[in-house]
Design a protein around this ligand. Structure first.
Ligand code: CA
Length: 463
């Protein structure tokens, strides 16, 4: 057993918006380098099976703060703000004497009933926020006060974080959430990164030209195709629609992925600034630093951008954690962790009991390389939005084990805010991830998998 530290540990929780693990050096990216993010992984643990329970911004953030699934916290869609009376881990840390702050993206609603609570200080972007000269809402009465700040959003969020660290009370522990807007659409890079990747071709993903044959109609009907649904605003140039579909998809991919990676370059630089600050102020040893994203993202995989689906690229969250007091540098963990586990982890670290309503579990022992007996072998996923006007992804739920994934597109918005009233025929998909890691072959109707389907349906019901 590692000896517990003498003073309560600090927490720096950095979260990007829509940063897929396959665009991070430490996860073996084929398309970019992220030397500063890799400092976190190299100095701690890389989790290879971290999954979100609903792959979309507001719901994932609500699950992280409350440690509960969206059917419990009520933030099922993009149109359901978080009720700020709910118990969250920042409130519990604050009550236990932690200094707490959040800077950057909130996206859980605005005004007195939905603004950040449980924080000594905060400054958040209204809605999605802007990349250049963004407006922020600053901590204040009646939901806070708005002010436009000059500069690039990722720099500004980092500046606010460093200023807050600098003026904090050094005698008490802190939990600071640095939640970047980047690399969310519409991918406007900082001028200093605009030259990156100009004269090179970025490798294409193996499923860029997916034809969706044999899969649920949900895949064909989703409106997030590079060649069909990307806009002039996304790409900042005219799109040569006269090109044949295959060529057009490759052309758009290059434009899209370069902007996405340029925006990530700024995150990497700014995470470096934060890590340098910790080194310079002798804080690295007793601070748990986390980098994650609210969900994954399709980087041309299946011919798509965006997220929402239970498919791997969208379901998987990057999750790297450095905490020298407990975690061995350069470790890799393959146990299944979920976004609802983050709150229990932070509370456990601060030695605060996890409230019974939280559904996640602390994975502190995984940092020491100790997997508790009975640790989960499967997870439940639920995408509540249905046929929304933007991307038309059908509502679905499913179960993932280490080997299989069963998805049920139940085709009904259930009258929730932000969903369509159009019903779609129910469909199922089953993927054997060992044999088909790219999820191209739906084997739900293959008789060889009949027993597997039966077992997974029973597990889905149990979960
Ligand atoms: Ca997001």
């Amino acid at each position: 057993m590692t000896k517990p530290p003498l003073t309560p540990p600090n927490i720096i929780f950095i979260m990007a918006d829509d940063h897929a693990a396959h665009a991070m050096g430490c996860y073996g990216s084929r398309i970019n380098k992220t030397p500063n993010l890799d400092r976190i992984a190299n100095g701690g643990v890389r989790f290879d099976n971290c999954f979100c329970t609903n792959s979309i911004c507001t719901p994932s953030r609500a699950a992280i703060l409350t440690g509960t699934y969206n059917h419990i916290n009520g933030a099922t869609t993009l149109s359901t703000p978080l009720d700020n009376r709910l118990t969250t881990y920042p409130k519990l840390l604050q009550a236990a004497g932690y200094q707490t702050a959040i800077f950057g993206k909130w996206h859980l609603g605005e005004g007195p009933e939905h603004c950040p609570t449980g924080f000594d200080d905060w400054a958040v972007l209204p809605g999605q926020g802007r990349y250049h000269n963004p407006e922020f809402i600053f901590n204040g009465p009646n939901g806070g006060t708005r002010q436009t700040c000059r500069g690039y959003v990722t720099d500004l969020i980092t500046d606010m974080s460093l200023n807050w660290l600098d003026k904090r009370d050094a005698s008490r522990p802190f939990c600071m959430m640095v939640h970047h807007k980047a690399p969310h659409r519409p991918w406007y890079p900082d001028e200093k990164h605009a030259h990156l990747y100009l004269n090179e071709d970025i490798p294409e993903p193996p499923t860029l030209h997916d034809d969706y044959v044999g899969r649920a109609a949900a895949a064909r009907e989703a409106k997030m195709r590079l060649d069909k649904n990307m806009t002039v605003t996304d790409l900042k140039c005219e799109i040569p629609h006269e090109l044949p579909e295959r060529e057009l998809r490759s052309w758009v991919y290059q434009k899209y992925i370069k902007e996405y990676l340029r925006v990530i370059a700024s995150i990497d630089d700014n995470v470096g600034r934060l890590l340098d600050f910790l080194d310079e102020h002798n804080l690295a040893e007793n601070t748990m630093v986390i980098y994650t994203s609210d969900q994954g993202f399709f980087l041309g995989d299946h011919g798509w951008y965006d997220k929402r689906f239970m498919y791997e690229e969208s379901l998987r969250m990057p999750f790297i954690l450095r905490y020298p007091a407990m975690a061995k540098p350069g470790s890799v963990n393959a146990d299944m962790i979920l976004n609802v586990d983050f709150a229990p982890l932070f509370l456990d670290l601060a030695r605060i009991a996890t409230p019974p309503e939280m559904q996640g579990h602390s994975f502190l022992s995984l940092l020491r390389g100790e997997t508790p007996s009975g640790w989960r072998q499967s997870m439940y996923y639920r995408y509540w939005m249905h046929g929304d006007s933007c991307h038309n992804v059908h509502a679905h739920y499913g179960v993932r084990t280490h080997r299989y994934k069963l998805i049920h597109y139940y085709g009904d918005g259930l009258g929730l805010p932000g969903t369509s009233t159009t019903l779609t025929p129910p469909e199922w998909e089953l993927f054997d991830l060992d044999k088909d890691p790219c999820e191209l072959n739906n084997c739900y109707h293959n008789p060889a998998y009949a027993t597997v389907v039966q077992e997974l349906k029973a597990e889905l019901t149990r979960l």
